[in-house]
Design a protein around this ligand. Structure first.
Ligand SMILES: Cc1cc2nc3c(=O)[nH]c(=O)nc-3n(C[C@H](O)[C@H](O)[C@H](O)COP(=O)(O)OP(=O)(O)OC[C@H]3O[C@@H](n4cnc5c(N)ncnc54)[C@H](O)[C@@H]3O)c2cc1C
Length: 404
């Protein structure tokens, strides 16, 4: 099979299908995984899956920080709004790990399987069709990669299936975009994650040890207008949200700002003969709740559960593709509905400039009653429909074989 896109969905799917003995070729358009804009949160649901695969211990040996509860600063006061430490799961916390590190880890584990291959700098630009079935992809460099049984699209929200109008998209809308930039920080562990909301402004900081990765939320389409206000304006906004930060030496020019467009949408049908889309390619997720990576991983597990065994036997799986969508459409709809509610009621309100004097009452309740915080903690940490790895695993030759 061919997998287009080496993000969380694609590399995890590659690992699972290769583990089942399916010959897998993952095509990734970039030369490496080192991109800043992908999000850093590995949730308990993902670590539960890594544990089922026997990989959790090795994963946790990679550099990461642990977040046991979610806190947000609203109009200058800190509120604790979600708690995960009580969850009955092998890793009841969010592991904050830069995504390139997570993808490196998955790639290293996938390469253990002889039928796994990853081609970097291999951008798919078109499909090969035969009798109405997709049977491969064309690459930008002119090569063709054929796959008799399945082309799995994990190429994110700008997926080729959208660009070429292969599958219909339903837009849910997102009111915001994000400026993404670095801020100076002493080389020591701080708080892994900080969020702050005030009248007309909202930002998040992620601790990357030697610097803060910062996200400043702006109204959709207002990037140029915000840049025109000058870098000094943005520095003032960040200082007002996080008075404790020392910003000297940071935010030198608007050239340091990367504009990230936020989308919330989904395909109405995720498949057609020979092709299936999962992860953001099937449903673009907003950063709210930091859930998109974990949903993409769960999609990969569900796809392998349904398809890996028949693919390993060399069977045609066209009739099974709808089953993957049936399994994953429900959690996608529920989580996107939650993200939309957050966008409309919180982010939309902040961006409209409505005065923020204190937290809305549900957040005040969560802050006041620790037991209540377990509910959002469970939803964010474990998701709506947990996936369990059921796809088969081939036996690997033992490293000790032949010795002694
Ligand atoms: C600003 C922002 C912040 C976010 N923060 C978080 C967060 O903290 N936590 C979280 O869980 N989610 C976060 N999300 C959502 C999250 O990034 C996505 O839901 C998640 O990355 C989806 O994974 P994926 O593997 O489906 O797609 P992607 O991560 O988008 O991966 C797609 C891959 O396909 C490759 N590709 C694209 N086109 C082609 C092609 N034609 N040929 C070959 N390769 C191709 C891309 O280079 C990429 O590597 C955030 C989203 C945004 C916009």
């Amino acid at each position: 099979m061919v997998i287009v896109g080496g993000g969380p969905a694609g590399v995890m799917a590659g690992l699972l299908f290769a583990r089942a003995g399916v010959s897998v070729r993952v095509l990734e358009k970039h030369a490496d995984f080192f991109r800043d804009f992908r999000g850093d949160t590995v949730h308990p649901s993902t670590m539960e899956i890594l544990n089922q695969l026997g990989l959790l211990e090795r994963f946790l040996q990679r550099p990461h920080d642990r977040v046991l509860r979610a806190q947000v600063r609203i109009a200058g006061r800190d509120y604790t709004v979600a708690e995960m430490s009580h969850l009955a799961t092998p890793a009841p916390f969010i592991a904050m790990m830069p995504q390139w590190e997570f993808l490196d880890f998955l790639r290293d584990e996938a390469e253990v399987y002889p039928s796994f291959a990853l081609d970097m700098e291999a951008e798919a630009t078109g499909f090969i069709e035969d009798g109405g079935r997709i049977v491969g992809v064309k690459l930008k460099d002119g090569r063709e990669v054929r796959s008799r049984h399945l082309v799995l699209m994990t190429d994110g929200r700008g997926s080729l299936v959208r660009k070429l109008d292969l599958l219909p998209v339903e837009q849910l809308g997102a009111p915001m975009d994000i400026f993404w930039f670095h801020l100076p920080k002493a080389d020591n562990p701080g708080d892994a994650l900080r969020g702050a909301i005030d009248t007309g402004r909202m930002a998040v900081l992620i601790d990357r040890r030697t610097y803060w990765q910062a996200a400043f939320i702006i109204s959709k389409g207002s990037g140029e207008a915000v840049k025109a206000k000058g870098i000094g304006w943005l520095r003032e906004q960040m200082q007002a949200l996080f008075p404790e930060l020392d910003l000297s030496g940071g935010l030198g020019s608007t050239a340091d700002l990367h504009l990230l467009s936020v989308a919330l949408d989904r395909l109405t049908t995720w498949h057609r003969p020979g092709l299936l889309a999962i992860g953001d390619a099937a449903h673009a997720m907003s950063p709210i709740g930091g859930i998109g990576i974990n949903l993409a991983i769960q999609d990969a597990v569900a796809a392998a559960n349904v398809l890996a065994a028949p693919l390993a036997r060399g069977e045609n799986v066209d009739a099974l593709l709808a089953k993957v969508q049936q399994r994953r459409a429900f959690p996608t709809r529920v989580i996107q509905a939650g993200q939309k509610a957050g966008q409309d009621n919180v982010i939309g309100a902040v961006l409209s400039g409505r005065p923020i004097i204190r937290a809305p009452w549900p957040l005040r309740m969560l802050d006041r009653f620790p037991l209540l915080r377990r509910i959002p903690g469970r939803i964010v940490g474990l998701g709506v429909r947990r996936e369990r790895v059921r796809s088969p695993a081939i036996l690997l030759p033992s490293p000790l074989m032949g010795e002694g």
